[in-house]
Each structure stands twice: as C-alpha cells, then as structure tokens.
Design a protein around this ligand. Sequence first.
Ligand SMILES: Nc1ncnc2c1ncn2[C@@H]1O[C@H](COP(=O)(O)OP(=O)(O)OP(=O)(O)O)[C@@H](O)[C@H]1O
Ligand SMILES: [Mg+2]
Length: 579
Amino acid sequence: MIKKFVPYLKEFKKQVLLMPVFMLLEVAGEMILPLLIAGIIDKGINGGGGLPVIMPYSIGMIVLAFVSLGCGILSSKNSAVATQGFGRNLRKALFEKVQTFSFNDNDRFSSASLITRLTNDVRTIQGMVGMAVRMVLRTPVQMIASLVICLTMNAKLTIILGVALPIMALFVVKIMKKAHALFKAQQTAIDGLNNAVQENLIAIRVVKAFVREDYERGKFKKANDDLRDASMNAAFHIMKVFPVMTLILQAATIAVYYWGAFDIRDGAMLTGELTAYVGYISRVLMSVFMVSQSLNQVTRAAACATRIIEVLDSDPDIKDGTATELPEAKGRIEFKNVSFKYRTGTGDAVLHDVSLTIEPGEFVAFMGGTGTGKSTLVNLIPRFYDVNDGQILIDGMDVRDYPIEELRSRIGMVLQKNVLFSGTIRENILWGKPDATEEELRQAARDAQAEEFILATPDGYDTFLEQGGVNVSGGQKQRLCIARAMLRHPSILILDDSTSPVDTMTEAAIRESFHKNLKDTTVVIIAQRISSVETADKIVIVDDDHIAAVGTHEELLKTSPIYQEIYQSQQEGGAMPNG
Ligand SMILES: Nc1ncnc2c1ncn2[C@@H]1O[C@H](COP(=O)(O)OP(=O)(O)OP(=O)(O)O)[C@@H](O)[C@H]1O
Ligand SMILES: [Mg+2]
C-alpha cells in the first residue's frame, strides 16, 4: 500500500532525507540536557565547584537548547514542505483521474464521496506521512537511547522500568484497541455530516420549494449531534490514558527515588545523576504512549489510503480508440443489434437488440414514455457508456475505434440534465469552441434563439452567470446550451429533451434555423410534443427496451398505436405532453 504513495513524495527526496537528520539532532540535544543538569547538581552544587563550574554547564545548556530548537524548526520545515507537497501531488493525481472517469465510474463513486476522498482523506494521509517519520525514528530512538542511558547509569534501578513498562504497555494497548473503533465511528459521523450538508446545498431550491427547512434542520441536527457524541466518546476514552499514565509515572518515580536513595547513601550514585535518571525513565514510559498514538494515526490513515487507492486504481472503462485513419465526418449513425444495461441499475436490460440507421443530414426525433431508454440510447453515441452487445457505427466506423476526443468533437450534445458554469454568457457558449470568432458566437446564439434575451440582459454577452446558471430561466438555459453545442459545427447534433422548456414559437424558430443553417448536420432530438417532431424525416418510437416503430408523422399516424395515442392525447388536452 505504501508503495502506491511513494511516487507522490519523490520530488521531495531532499526534504525526506533532511527531516530525520534534523530530527535526530534535535532528539540528541534533548537527550544530553538531563546529563548537564546532573553535572550542575553533582559538580557545581554538591561537589562545591560553585559558579566557575556551573557557568560552563549553563552556557552549554543554553547553546544546546538553541541548537535543539533550530534543528526542530528545520526538521518541521522540511517535513512541512514534503507533506504539503505530497498532499498537493496526490490531490492533483486524484483530480486528473476523476477527469478520465466515464459516466459509469461517476455512477459508482458518488460525488460526495469523491470530494471527501480528495480533501479529508488526503489530509489524513498527509498527517500520517509526517507522523510516520516521528514514529519510525524519533520515538523509538528516544526510547532506546533513554533505556541505554538508564542501564549504564544504574542497571539495578532499571528493574523498576522492567515492571512499569509492561503494565503501561498493557494498559495503553487496551485503551487504544477500543479507541480505534471509536475513531472509526467518528470518521463515519464526519461522512454523515458532509452528506447532510452537501445534499442540502445542492438541493436548496427544492428544499425551499417544498418548505422542508425544518425537516432538513432536523436531519442536520442529528448528523451534527452524532458527530459531537462520537468525537466526545473518542476523546473521553483517550483521556483515560492520562491519569493512569501519570499514576504509573509517579509510582515509578517514587520507587526510583526510594531505592536510589540507598545507592546515594552507599556512594554508588550522585544526587544529580538520580534526577537525570528520573528524567530518562519518564521518557521511556512516555514513548510507549507516543508509539501507541502513532499506531492509532496509522490505522486511521490506512482506511483513508484504501479509499484513495480505490480511486487511483479504478480502471476507467471507456478507453481511447486506436484507429488512425478516420472516415470523413458526414453524420451517419448506425445502431447494430445494440443491447445495454446499467451496471448500477436493476440488472434489467435498458435496451435490447436495437437496430437503426440515421443518414447524414437527417432530422430524427425520438419519442416514447419516460424511462423507456431514450436518453440512454443517445448517450451511447458519444460513448458516455459502452454497449454491452452489438455495435454503434459513426460514418461507418465503430465508435470504440475513434479516439474519444475526435469522436466527441464530431458530436454536439445538449444533455437532458444540462449545466452552465460560473462565468459570463460568452465564456459559457465558447465552451463549444474556444477559438470561435465573435461572428460565429453570435450566429450560434441567433440560431439557438438566444440572442434576443442575451442582449436584453444588463451586460449582454458579458453578463455573469452564477454557478449552475441559476440566474437564467429554464428555457433560457436550454437555449444557451443549444448555442454552445451548435457553435461546434458538429456533424451530429443531439438534443435530449432540450426544447420542452421552450415555448412552441421559439422552438419552431430553432427548428427553422436547423433547416437553414445546419443543412448537412444530422440532428437527433428527443421530444415530447407532436409539434416538435412533425417535420422530422424520421420519428422513432421507443417502448420499453426496444424500438416499436419508425416512420414519418403521416406514416406513424396510420401504423403506430403508441404514436396515435400520443397524438390523440395532445389533440384533446392541448399541446401539453404527458410523456
Ligand atoms: N445512471 C443510471 N444508472 C442506472 N440506471 C439508470 C441510469 N440512468 C437511467 N437509468 C435507468 O434506465 C432506464 C432508462 O432511462 P432513460 O433515462 O434512458 O429514460 P428516458 O427514456 O430518457 O426517460 P425520460 O423521458 O424520462 O427522460 C430507466 O429505467 C432508468 O431508471
Ligand atoms: Mg431522458
């Protein structure tokens, strides 16, 4: 698992090497300090050396303290550079991976979970990288060095440590074992809170429309309280360590002083030495706690690492085609015995053995009840998903053979659930073709019947759209999306239910500009109104998982019961669709 993360740390080799060096120097400084104190007591005070002896020791202590501090700062600095850089690299890699995700991958990882992985999980691992160096180097070094010094100073007294250490270790292990579960519960509670907030913010308009603020408030309160309880449980539990640790530490100190006093009486040890000895013994005992804490951190980070690796290792299921000789872009689409089912769905085929040919320049309309698979059908054309069986050909070549960029550049698409981005209207339309001229831009806006309302906005094309395009109406948003797709001059233009929120007059005008300005473009629309499809070269009726009928308006009126039914219902009930 660790191997997976090494590449993101590679560019910080220097820091990774320097950090432990400075840290060891810092520890060394700290380890020598008690010895100097012992010198002051034994040689300066008790030995009667007085100030001349105490002075050099004191100066030594000050110098040592500063050196230790300096090394500590340098070690922290190197550590910060390495861990922050590591986090940055990891986030970059994750983000780039997510960009390669197919719709299938996006169905699999929810966006809430991806956000947590990219932020919270990375931060936890980052913390662990810093901590790991501490655990692997500092704590054990400090512990072993202290132990060795204790043994050389007074082997007999070290027996006390032999008793205190196992008791301490046993106790800490017991506490930490339970703490792991509590920390995990805390992490889950954080996820819960994130989910509650995110869902609320994404759907804030719906929440307000249904006046569900109270319910949402309750939901948030619960998640928030859960987090507080879980965090408190974990914190209280961990805090139990401190009194017990202090108790053991004090008991060990008393024991050392008690038996040490005999050694001092017998002249086997000096007072200052005993003081230093107590310092070292408490360091050994503290290390046990530090190690356990680090281990705890590592287990927490391991959970996050698994989640991150899951993303990094996911193999995007849509891969670039390798064809180098591409057919001329004409706009011919052919479905050959296509079957498809969603991986995350119920397991039922959404499309079963669908065959259909659309000729270049044709205007083809799909109709059918909701959930019959119309969107699914058109989403297969730019390979948002891949077919399970059969083949889709564009201009005679399988879509899976096209380099994806080339394939998608031939297709202009207005999705059923479309979005605009924060930025000006101009920037949003230019998404379709970043290098378009002003005239091309305006032509696309005119063709999509969008220019009139754009010019009516305060800043025209430079009017700023908020995130998600919330400050334009549904119909205006769709028209901007259509302009964005038309600007590409694609050989195939697909509009998934894009004109439903647009009034019939405007829709007719859009259709008219298709006829006039996109004569050679194959236009595929999904629509609900008979008026939208009447003039189509072909109307395709989708039912359940198959194509029930194909024909012109006149033909279908004679032959297709479904089409007749739709027609009847819209004749009687006015122009409103009922799906
Ligand atoms: N991302 C998805 N994951 C799993 N199942 C899906 C997904 N998208 C759609 N489905 C399912 O596939 C079926 C067809 O959906 P699709 O969106 O193609 O219908 P549609 O004909 O476009 O409907 P509408 O007219 O309401 O837009 C539905 O039963 C739907 O529940
Ligand atoms: Mg749909």
